[in-house]
Design a protein around this ligand. Sequence first.
Ligand code: NG6
Ligand code: CA
Length: 487
Amino acid sequence: MQKHKKEQVQTKPNVIVIYADDLGYGDLSCYGATGVKTPNIDYLAEHGLRFTDAHSTASTCTPSRFSMLTGSYAFRNNAAILPGSAPLLIRPGTPTLPGMFQNNGYHTAVIGKWHLGLGNGMPTWNDSLKPGPLEIGFNYAFIVPATLDRVPTVFVENHHVVGLEKSDTIAISYEHKVGNLPTGLEHPEMTRMLADSQHSGTIIDSISRIGFMAGGKAAWWKDEDITGRVVSKVKAYIHQNKQNPFFLYFAPTDVHVPRAPNARFKGASKMGPRGDAIAELDWSVGEVIKYLKEEGLTDNTLIIFSSDNGPVLDDGYQDQAEALVGTDRPWGPFNGGKYSAFEAGTRMPTIAYWPGKITRAVNNALFSHVDLYASLADLIGHKLSPNEAPDSYDMLPVILGKSEHGRDTMLEESYTLSLRAENWKYIAPQTSPTPDWMKNKKIPTGLSTTPQLYDLTTDTTEHNNIAIEQPNRAKAMQAAITQIMAK
Ligand code: NG6
Ligand code: CA
């Protein structure tokens, strides 16, 4: 009896969600990139299901990741891009995707970028950092607390900064300089890439960051080692959990700024550091594929690959991304990119791979990453409770390639809310002012003080606003947004 039970547990599929940072729709060779080759991610697409109309829930990181992990839209929680000193955004007790797996006998981990805050007030970097991922459903965490361009430039493993020496305490501020380390503003000549004023705080590893930091020297990461360290943690985690079902949220830090991939990838693309970072990302995915095979787990593991928000070339550092992009279009055939309300803000390269269960296909269904929660719950036979994942729809048949019927409508978050209904796209008048720094990004924001309506069938790039010609449709779509907000 005991034995039978154990065997049943072990047949539950493992699930790995690989969520890249700032990778655009057109950044992979299987989605049309030519300046960089991505053979490993292409392999997933060649043997799996490739979406053409799948979306992150928002065009920036924190809101997207919040929604993916809670099945709830970020606006319900006022989630916006967090500073590195923010408290934990997902409050303990909130139903979460990893928690759902945990409650169903899975071991769960997050390895890579976090950017969802830590602690209750100011994170206590020199002490136990609680609450964090471990208090909201993960059994194991090895994380970059915020972003690569924000202090503190250290890893956190479970509740502690990795390698911190007690005598050299960390101090952080996002308002004023702390300690004596040089900043990019004072000493641009000490940096390896020049940065704009927001990214000209404390210099660590010859890169100036957003914010100021003192201490913690033994714990500082070296940018070119980050992906390698993260991948070795991923492998160790898979090895330790090969006997039990696991859910792994692998969040690569590529291709967010500052782009400083390992020297091995220098020149791997024709596009300079941004392209080389894509090559590094592809390598990291290849390592996961290879390692699953070595451990005999390939057939029992569903891999979902995607990204948190659209692409950006100049995100504060002079790394030649714009000059070297060539004829490639990181935003694919769409308009906009990171931060934008236009399609490229959220339309993400998205691939589902599970040999024997998913056959090769291209699927045009409208799909949102907020749906992963309900879909994966269905996969493992979990029935959602009424307060669980309120915005998530069960799209398991779409992920498995059994259906092309995706969402009828879908919300997109940026500095306003937008709605897709089939090929119609409505962008509500902007609800918060365009941040000043966004004006330097050269990305069409998609923001306007008046309603916008586009027909993506004939107007993929959202240039021809027909809200005035079709007032009833625009009104109905605005009403649908209002209804979602009231839910
Ligand atoms: C912005 C930063 C940008 C990046 C972004 C977060 C400025 C001017 N820009 O505020 O560099 O860090 O936040 O990126 O400060 S995300 O992918 O995590 O959303
Ligand atoms: Ca991002």
